[in-house]
Ligand binder design. Sequence first.
Ligand code: SF4
Length: 503
Amino acid sequence: MLRSATNFALEKVIDGVAKAAANMSDAGMLRIISLLRTLMPADWYTNALNAAEKFVKEKHPGVEAARRIGRSLSPHVRKMMVRNFVLGVLIEGNKVRKKFYDEEGFNAPPMLMMSPTSVCNYKCYGCYADGEDWKTELEPELIHRLVEEAKGIGSRLISLTGGEPFLRKDLMDIMSKHRDVMFSVYTNGSRVTPAMLDSFAEWGNVHLSFSVEGPQEFTDDRRGAGAWSIVMQQMDECRKRGLFFGFGCTASRKNLEAAVSDEFIQTMVDKGALYGWYLNLMPTGPVESQDLMLTAAQRYWMRERAGVIRRTFPIYLVDFVNEAWLVGGCMAGGRKFVHINSNGDVEPCMFIHYAVDNVRNKSLREVLRSDFMKKLREAVPHDARDARPCPIIDYPDRLRAAIETTGAYKTTPDAHQLVTDWAPYLDEYGAEFGRLDEKHVANVNDPELVALRAEMPRPEVPLGVEVGKRYGPRRDAAKETCGTGCGCADTAPVARAPESQAP
Ligand code: SF4
C-alpha cells in the first residue's frame, strides 16, 4: 500500500516533468530542474543540476538545444523519454547499479551496446563492423536474455548497432516487449518503414541515430549513391511523428571539414535532428584504415570546433573521443558500456575487436568481472583531464598490454593489425597528439595551436579515391537490397570465420 502510494506520487512528479518539458520556457526549465531535485537522492547529480540551473539563468546558448528537444517531441514520446530516462536510467537504474557496486566492488555500466547482426546492405570503407568476410547474428532468445540481464544490473540504455540492425525484422518484437528500456538504434535508414516509425511513436522507447558522413557528396561517397536521400526522407518522417532522433557521423581525413561545417549542421537542425554524435574513424576496419584516421592536428582542430558548434547551434552535440571529459573519460570495459558483437563475444568497446568471454556461456554480470575488462576500466583516467582518453589511439601500448596479459582473442579476422602491423604508427600518432595537448595545457595561445584553430587542417584524401585494397565500387544504396547477395532484406544463417573463434 505504502509502495503504491509512493509510486503514485512518483508518477505525478514524472508527469509534471513531462508537461513542463513541453513548454521549455526558462521558467519551465527551472521548474523541471526543481522537480528533478525532489526525485533524486540529495547527493546524486547535484553538480549536474546546479550547472543546468546556472546555464538557464545565464541564458547559455546550449539551453536552446534542450528547448528544441522539449518542443519537438510528441507528448507521448516526451512522457516516455522522461519515464525511461529520468525514472528508469537515473533513478531506478542507479539504485540497482549501487547495489551491484556493493556486491561486486565495481560499477555496472548504464548502457549495453549490442550488434544483433554483422550483415549490412551497405559497404562503407573503413567500417569497423566489417561484414565482408564473416556473417554472424545473435539469436532473438539471446538478445531477450541480455536485455533482461542488463535491466537486472541497472543498465537501462541499450544501443543497437551492426551491421544494419533493421535487417533483423525480429528486432521490432524485442523492442516492443521491453518498453521500460531506451533503445538507441544506429541505422543507415534504408530498412526503416513508415509502419515501423508509427510503432516507435506509439511505444516511445526507440530513438534513431541516422548515419551520415556530412553533406550529400560525402555521405554518398562512403555509404553509396542514394544514402543521403534516404536519411533525409527518414528524418522528415521522424520529425512529423515527434520522434527523438539525431545523426551519427564518423570524422575521417576525407570528410572532416564538411562534416562539421556550418552548412551541414544547419541542414541537420532544419531536418529536425535533435542531437549529433561524432566518432573518429578508428583503425579497426579491414582496410588500412589509419590512412583515413584524422591526423593529430585535425583531431585537435575537431575538438575545438565541436565546442564552437555547441555554442552556436541549437543541437545537442558530442565528439565522444576528442571531448571525452564530457562523458567522464573512456567509457569502455564496462565503465559506461560494453559491446556484445554479433557472435556474442564481449568487446570492451565496439572499436576494440578483442574479447576473453562470450555471452553464450556466461552471464553479463560474469563477463564484466574479467581481468580484461578490469584492466581497461582501471586504466581510466588515462590522463588527468580526460583529454587523451583512448587506449586505441592515445595509449596503444596500454591496450596491447591488456590484450597480451589477459590472453584476449581477436574477434574479427583483421583485428590483430591493431597490435602488430599498425602498432608503430599508432604509437607515433598517440605521441603526436599528446605533444599538441601538452602545448594546449602549457599555453593555449602557442603560435602552432593558434594557427591550427584558425585554419582547418585540410582533408588529405579526396573523394572517389579508394583507400585500401579490398573494396570495389560503392553500392548504390537506393537500389541494393540486402548484404547477403540473395536480393531480399532478410539476413541469412551465418557461419563464423574459423580464425575468429574463441580459443
Ligand atoms: S576505447 Fe576509445 S573509442 Fe572506445 S570508449 Fe574508450 S575512448 Fe572511446
